[in-house]
Design a protein. Sequence first.
Length: 208
Amino acid sequence: MAVVSNGTTIIDNGIFDSGVATGSLILIKSITASASASISFVNGTDGVVLDSTYKEYVFKFINIHPASNGNYKFQFNVSIDGGSNYNVAKTSTFYVAYHKEDDGELSLEYDTGYDLAQGTGFQPITSGVGGHVADENACGTLQIFNPSSTTFVKHYICSSNSSRGDFVGIFFQNIAGYANTESAVNAVQFNMSTGNIDDGIIKLYGVK
């Protein structure tokens, strides 16, 4: 579609296909969990692209349901050696808002139990997802910026929504931080803090 003003064509049809960034999401890989101990996206493996092709990558996780009963965290970590090790130091913040179904408890707070201060462990995405009720799950988005840079640290932003049966309500989490490395990040792994990912989908997109 062209943009025309007073009979003059300002932007012609197709111009945005000639190298001008439009912010389109390009689906790279979709993985469906099935009693999975972890889900990994490794550059150059099984069609995964996680390199300088895109300056921003977006993971969308949909209906992530844990296999084990209990309040277990959905979490991620990154690798600079193609997935041999997921242990990059990270510093982050973690805010959570929660609300019970019966309106008996609600709050917005910073949670020091889920942030990292140069921690090499997995970064929690949720403060918990119940597993003993079939409809309990987590959904959200994780953005990682310029992971292939060999100059800058790798910033990430995540928003997630999760339900917990022990709480009988909803949790909304906002997480932001950076992987403190000048090496290229070339793999990302997701898992549960305990047990498997019983069900759910994780999709990887590049931002054009």
